[in-house]
Design a protein around this ligand. Sequence first.
Ligand code: SF4
Ligand code: SF4
Ligand code: SF4
Length: 189
Amino acid sequence: MNLGRTACTLVIGGVAYRVVSNHLNAANAGPKSRYVWAINPEKCTGCGICETACVRTPSAVKAVNDQKKCSNCVICYGHIINKDIASDRVMSDGERVCKYDAVKRVAHSDDPDGYFFYTIDDKKCTGCGLCVKNCTDKGTHSMFLIIRPDLCLFCNSCNIADKCPENAVEQVYIGSEDDYKGEFGLESY
Ligand code: SF4
Ligand code: SF4
Ligand code: SF4
């Protein structure tokens, strides 16, 4: 994942829902509005349905980690399962939460008890939600799922919204002023 794409993903992860949630109905969104589907992080439990319910394969849903909320822990609940492991053995012996090893851990210093950055490789993430569930249940709720606007097909009826047990997928309206796809130069794949 290149730096530009990393930045895009983090920006979208941090602001996407907050931007679009200003426009929960067409009347408030202005004459040139169009809708997108978005996941409300306050309702989503990371149940796993997003991975398979999307009409796209892989899903248009990806996990992101909000760096402003992350505690940059030595042991991350979204990264490894065996949290009692010695800090210097996390990378070699840590049992990964993500079956695709999409949650990346990068040390900020040489200290095994130091400060770590966690990011999610969107090329590997399938939107299964397990890292999000663990971070929400035990961590700081910094990891969450988004529907990527550059991947979503904007179906009239989102199949994930139909199946979501929490009613967490909402149709929201954005105008040209909110067109972050153009602003941040997102790529499709
Ligand atoms: S189906 Fe709903 S609750 Fe489950 S992961 Fe998707 S948005 Fe979250
Ligand atoms: S655990 Fe699931 S949601 Fe998290 S990065 Fe891996 S595939 Fe994506
Ligand atoms: S609108 Fe369609 S493409 Fe977009 S997340 Fe829902 S099912 Fe997937």
